[in-house]
Design a protein around this ligand. Sequence first.
Ligand code: LLP
Length: 440
Amino acid sequence: MTAETLALFPDSARIDDTGSLVVGGCGVRRTADQFGTPLYLYDGETLDRAVEAYRTALSRCYPGAAQIAYAAKAWLCSASARWIAAKGIGLDVVSGGELAIALHGGVPADHIHFHGNNKSDRELAQALDAGVGRIVVDHPDELERLDELAIARGRRQAIWLRVNPDVDTDTHHHTQTGHAASKFGLSLRDGTAEAVALDALRRAGVELAGLHCHIGSQLRDAEPLAVAAQRLLDLAARLRDATGWQPAELSTGGGWAVAYTAEQLADLPPVETYVARVSEAVVQRCRQHELALPRLVLEPGRSLVARAGVAVYTVGAVKPAGDVTYAFVDGGLADNPRHALYGATYTALLANRRGDAARQRVHVAGPYCETGDVLIEDIELPPLVPGDLLAVPVSGAYQLSMASNYNAALRPAVVWLEDGQATLVQRRETLDDLLRRDLV
Ligand code: LLP
């Protein structure tokens, strides 16, 4: 059980001779003592390896130019932005707020792609003034407004069009984004995508650099991703026939899954399988249509950062209720709403000591005033006592970025682990932070 669970943790994770978890050369017990819990740990080595896995896969599988653009929405703070800048990869942002953090963290503006289905004029202006590399247009109105704003600044902004390729995906319906009724993108099916592309090619304030889609998240099957890429290239071929234009860039978005539990790990194909299938589809379709190979852009979020992150909680009490037993911890829905929102499954490891061989079935629940404030339903753990630490692996994506102040919870501290060094990169919120915006 422990060995299987340990495989979900960052590459550097091990159990020391006291039975406690060590990540990045740092004892989790000591780190939790130092910074308090709930605590989010990120392992630098695992982050770097995830980027390398994508780089290696792209260089093996795709014969043209390629770019990795991390989807900031998975986890963004100045430290992650700084890491992205150091890696020299691109960054996808979806709001003026994400753009500001990215720039603050030193990501060069021209490496940034600005996505979003309802960007405000203020955000479009902010993106233009910052000099972002690509703005990803989602609807006809946006194209018109962006064109005007760019012309007013004497600019010609490179854009992509977000195309809705009408592809179904096997994932939670909240994370499906490529089907016809999705709020995202320009419909391929009803001709809007083609019409907007032709419109864009006539405008002075924008330069159509490529086509983009993102069909969903936590996808385990590469086939729908390949089909979406083919449909975008079919559109590109029609546009080439009509105008001579060809896409210099093709972004198929992100979406590759990670395993949250040992069972999921057993049947999740590696990143290379996904990159290989998408690359093959692009190469084959370009050959068929006699299109030049575009620069292939992949936008992984979860699969770059999830496994590097570990959430650490302190057990407050163990309480039987009816025919179940709760292990209460000091975080939950406020720092990780994913179980409540998507029924996401997680596992956990007793992190501060070697547990008994005995096992107890518990629901791991938080302190918030919601019955849905459950992190893990029905997990077997050694009998827990107050003060124990539970470490939840694969906590690096869409937890902190979706964390809230529900019940006036203080958002957790974030510590970066590398070579035995634990660096506090984001402090825990304080009561002063909670009151900072109140004016009376
Ligand atoms: N590109 C675009 C345009 C996206 O909208 C997304 C994610 C990504 C890339 C990255 O997708 P990833 O590789 O991380 O799957 N809150 C949900 C996930 C929402 C994903 C939204 N878009 C969750 O916690 O599962």
